[in-house]
Design a protein around this ligand. Structure first.
Ligand code: BEZ
Length: 220
């Protein structure tokens, strides 16, 4: 089992996907990536999740983010299920879905559930993939990991919010407060002295020496 940490390099791999075979790092290229796994094709929560990611495709594109799904189902299942997702959720799903039949990627990314087994699974007794999410930046560094229980569909608006925060805080010496959304006040990074803050964030508000708020100009 791997131990993947924030800031570590996302493991590279080759895989078969609904859009053809890929080398993961090459596929990411200069984009950001969201790698997310789901327990199984033709299941209700997963259907709504993949439909939601397809609906958000323009939002991902605006942020230079590519999405890629994964389960241990075969390509033919993925293909049939994508038709269903398109019909049921009224989308045109175009992002690739990895067919991780031999669980190579699932093991590499620690995506196997130790408790919830699917008795109808082809590989009976082997746990199926959990709802994992990885945000990976263009340098192929892992920037976020989240794991959800099988019973709870993910909030992909939250994933986009984290992408917005990561991209903003990579460009500016700020961090984002609880429940921040784009356009709201941000916090001046603690490494910035008050003298620098006067220059870079004129009019910033000091609530405590360690808590200084500022509003960034649009497109910062
Ligand atoms: C679902 O996607 O609905 C689901 C998958 C596995 C376990 C429970 C729910």
């Amino acid at each position: 089992m791997s131990s993947l940490r924030l800031g570590s390099t996302a493991p590279d791999f080759q895989a078969d996907t609904t859009n053809g075979p890929i080398n993961f790092h090459e596929w990411i290229g200069d984009s950001w990536a969201i790698l997310f796994s789901h327990p199984a094709d033709f299941t209700p929560v997963c259907t709504t999740e993949l439909g939601e990611v397809a609906k958000l495709s323009e939002e991902f594109q605006k942020r230079n983010v590519k999405a890629i799904g994964l389960s241990t189902n075969e390509l033919k299942d993925h293909d049939q299920w994508v038709s269903d997702i398109n019909e049921v959720t009224n989308v045109d799903l175009r992002f690739p879905i990895i067919a991780d039949v031999d669980r190579k990627v699932s093991i590499l990314y620690d995506m196997l559930d130790s408790e919830e087994h699917d008795p109808t699974n082809v590989l009976d007794g082997i746990p199926f993939t959990i709802r994992s999410v990885y945000i990976i930046d263009p340098k192929k560094k892992i920037r976020l990991t989240i794991t959800y229980p099988a019973s709870c569909g993910r909030n992909f608006d939250e994933i986009l919010r984290v992408v917005d925060s990561l991209q903003l805080t990579d460009r500016n010496k700020v961090v984002t407060p609880a429940n921040w959304t784009p356009g709201q006040e941000v916090i001046v990074h603690n490494s910035v002295t008050n003298e620098q803050a006067e220059k870079e964030f004129p009019g910033y508000k000091e609530v405590r020496p360690y808590l200084r708020f500022t509003t960034l100009p649009k497109d910062s």
